[in-house]
Design a protein around this ligand. Structure first.
Ligand code: TYD
Length: 199
């Protein structure tokens, strides 16, 4: 199984790129399965709603996200190509506050079967200026995004940190989220070809 994951802060254009890639796969008849976290299957989508509308404490959130994650992985069929809209990097980026959290999250990541470690992760790095502009244009998002809106620098720093860590053999690609969407889409497709994930 080949795995691609997408990561980034709100307004980074992550969802737009996932849609563009989905269309590209359709057009080129590339068989693939798209999922998202938290949730990703019928049963877990119910839990997604609860998690994202909740006011749980941080330790509980770490465990909820990983519980949902392990359940999703165990329910997954043997697909040729799987695309994740958020995966374990999100927990490290959003829920890592203390060194204790860091150890716990890294231990849990370590519990993930190697076959589910992404071949490649695209991280959409957004700068503050672009973030503010897009926020003005599109308005505030959901409750969970609001909860973390003021955590931009911390989350960005955590993403940079996990991006530098060795997680299996995965490649961590940093994308400049301020670039035009067509250019980013090209960059993604080129990277997938270079890594032989698609032809
Ligand atoms: P979503 O509406 O999908 O936001 P986005 O469009 O930004 O992906 O909500 C997902 C939210 O859940 C987002 O704020 C990030 C958060 N999240 C965590 O905090 N930890 C996690 O492990 C995951 C998977 C998501």
């Amino acid at each position: 199984m080949k795995i691609i994951s997408f990561e980034g802060f709100e307004y980074s254009g992550k969802s737009t790129q996932i849609k563009l890639l989905q269309n590209y796969f359709k057009k080129n008849k590339i068989k693939s399965f798209f999922t998202r976290e938290p949730g990703g299957n019928k049963q877990l989508e119910k839990i997604r709603k609860i998690i994202l509308q909740s006011d749980f404490d941080n330790l509980s959130l770490i465990l909820f996200f990983f519980a949902s994650r392990f359940s999703l992985l165990s329910s997954m069929k043997n697909n040729n190509l799987v695309v994740f809209d958020r995966f374990f990097d999100s927990t490290y980026a959003y829920q890592k506050f203390t060194s204790k959290d860091k150890l716990l999250i890294l231990n849990l990541i370590n519990q993930i079967d190697k076959k589910y470690i992404p071949n490649i992760t695209f991280y959409f790095k957004i700068n503050k200026k672009t973030l503010i502009e897009r926020k003005k244009m599109r308005g505030q998002k959901n409750y969970f995004d609001k909860k973390y809106a003021s955590h931009f620098s911390r989350i960005q720093k955590n993403y940079d940190e996990i991006g530098k860590m060795k997680v299996g053999k995965r490649k961590f690609i940093i994308i400049d989220a301020s670039k035009p969407k067509e250019i980013i889409h090209k960059e993604i497709v080129e990277n997938l070809k270079k890594c032989k994930l698609i032809r």
